[in-house]
Design a protein. Sequence first.
Length: 70
Amino acid sequence: MRIRVVASAGAGEELVEAIGKRRRQRGYVERPGDAAAAAKLIQSARVTATRIRSGRDAGVVDDLFQETVS
């Protein structure tokens, strides 16, 4: 995360748009949804992949695809 100080709300909006344009040019795709939930899923996948590669917990692959109902 990077914090940038701008002179006005308009300048901030321009900066956000410029960052978005640069990301799109680099091939990033904007995905709608809950960023916190997505980050949690990605972290879970990384931990699981590391365990599988190291030979530990080989049976946890199915856990990634189960929804948690709250």
